[in-house]
Each structure stands twice: as structure tokens, then as C-alpha cells.
Write a protein that binds this ligand. Structure first.
Ligand code: PGA
Length: 251
């Protein structure tokens, strides 16, 4: 069975009501009008905008995702949001282990794995992010770092129905410095082999590339053999750019 293709927009800590509503409305309308069933399009707005985006996307082809979740379902965790809460808000996906969480919030692989398990517990699809830093790449440690992150961050029982893995080299995120097709191809092949060796059905998990995906590189990146879609940050804040990336998916 062929793997499912995705284009996921990660708005990060951006968006206030008026602009975000227009953005969500434009994306939902264009995706509906395209008549294409693939790729699956997911928007991950800040938690404050989930209800509004859910109202805009309705039961249509654009799905909703959270940007992070806590590992526990509820409790004294000020400022956190649980996977169950995201599911109740209409989410079907949640990003876990984004490098901004790993670095700025000191999340390690065990924490990311616990969050992915929480997503599964709540019936959400976990979008588990992995990626090497510039220092790790320059030290020739990329494949070792990716293998460790895949082994320790992706729960053992994961499958294509409840998990996606996003390869996001830290040095390419928000920098305009996109990884080359050869670098992406090598990393994705390594991740796919690792998933396949460790998890029954792991090779069928969709792999997304993220890091400065823009309309002008989206077609080339998404055409690579082991790339099943894109996780888009900055360009997802502009409807025309995001929709161009969706249109560039081979479908
Ligand atoms: P970027 O972000 O597209 O702005 O580089 C990607 C991400 O962080 O998911």
C-alpha cells in the first residue's frame, strides 16, 4: 500500500484572530476547490486559535493539529495542554519533539516519546520530529543522531495509522537554508530503514521533510523517493505560499 502524503502547516506562536481566520478560510476553500484527496492538509495553529480554525475548516478536507502536548491527561501542569484536550478541541494530529521544544524547553527523547504515547492514548496521530544540529552535521554525526532520536522518540507500537515522522535539520528551520535533495534523501532513507528494522510496519510510516520549505523548493523535495510530504513553518503563514506547497505535492 502506498504511503499517505501530507502537507502540514505549523504556525508556531503566530496569529491573531482576524488574520488567522482569513488564512484558515483561504486554505480550507482552496483545498476544497482543488478536488484532490491527496495530500492530506493539516493546520497547527496556536492553542488559542484552535476553535476558530476548527470552525473554518469544519468537516472538510483540512484537518487540525496541536503544536505540542503534555504527556499526562490532566493535572497540575500550569500552561500545558493535554492530548485529550486537543482531541476535544477537534485535533486529529499533534506535533511532538519539534526542535524548538527540544532546545528551548529542554525536552529529551524520553519526554518526546511520552508525548507521542499520550497522543496515541488520546486517539491522535503523533507527528514526531527529529533532526540534527549544525554542529552534529559538521561532526559527521547526522545518521547516528537521527538513529538515536528515532529509536528513543518513536514509541515501539507506532504504525502508519497513528504516527508520522518529520525530518527537520535544526540548521534549516527558519533560516532559509534548505537541506539539499541529496541530504534529505540520505536522511530519509536512513530513518525509513531504522523505523522498518525496529517497528513492525515501521517502513510504512509517512516521512515529512521540514526546514525552509518554500514554493520554489517544494516540488523537488516532495518528489524524492522517501519524502511523503512537508512540515511547513514560515511559509504556512501565507495562504498563497502554503497552497503552492500543497499544489507541489505529487499527490
Ligand atoms: P520553517 O519551519 O519552514 O519556518 O523553516 C519549519 C518547522 O519548524 O517546522
Amino acid at each position: 500500500m502506498s504511503r499517505t502524503r501530507y502537507v502540514i502547516g505549523n504556525w508556531k506562536m503566530n496569529g491573531t484572530r482576524v488574520g488567522a481566520q482569513a488564512l484558515a478560510r483561504a486554505v480550507a476553500a482552496a483545498v476544497a476547490a482543488s478536488g484532490r484527496a491527496s495530500p492530506r492538509v493539516v493546520l497547527c495553529p496556536p492553542a488559542t486559535l484552535l476553535a476558530m480554525v476548527a470552525a473554518e475548516t469544519g468537516e472538510g478536507r483540512v484537518a487540525l493539529g496541536g503544536q505540542d502536548c503534555h504527556a499526562r491527561p490532566s493535572g497540575a501542569f500550569t500552561g500545558d495542554v493535554s492530548a485529550e484536550m486537543l482531541a476535544e478541541a477537534g485535533c486529529r494530529y499533534v506535533i511532538v519533539g519539534h526542535s524548538e521544544r527540544r532546545t528551548l524547553h529542554s525536552e529529551d527523547d524520553a519526554t518526546v516519546r511520552a508525548k507521542a504515547e499520550a497522543a496515541h492514548r488520546a486517539g491522535l496521530v503523533a507527528v514526531v520530529c527529529v533532526g540534527e544540529s549544525l554542529a552534529e552535521r559538521e561532526a559527521g554525526r547526522t545518521s547516528e543522531v537521527l538513529a538515536r532520536q528515532v529509536d528513543l522518540s518513536v514509541p515501539g507500537g507506532s504504525g502508519a495509522g497513528d504516527t508520522l515522522v518529520a525530518y527537520e535539520p535544526v540548521w534549516a528551520i527558519g533560516t532559509g537554508r534548505v537541506a539539499t535533495p541529496a541530504q534529505v534523501a540520505e536522511a530519509h532513507a536512513g530513518i525509513r530503514a531504522r523505523l522498518g528494522a525496529r517497528i513492525a510496519g515501521g517502513a510504512g510510516i509517512s516521512l515529512l521533510y521540514g526546514g525552509s520549505v518554500k514554493p520554489d523548493n517544494a516540488a523537488e523535495l516532495q518528489a524524492l523517493a522517501d519524502v511523503d510530504g512537508a512540515l511547513v513553518g514560515g511559509a504556512s503563514l501565507d495562504a498563497a505560499q502554503f497552497l503552492a506547497i500543497v499544489a507541489a505535492s505529487p499527490g
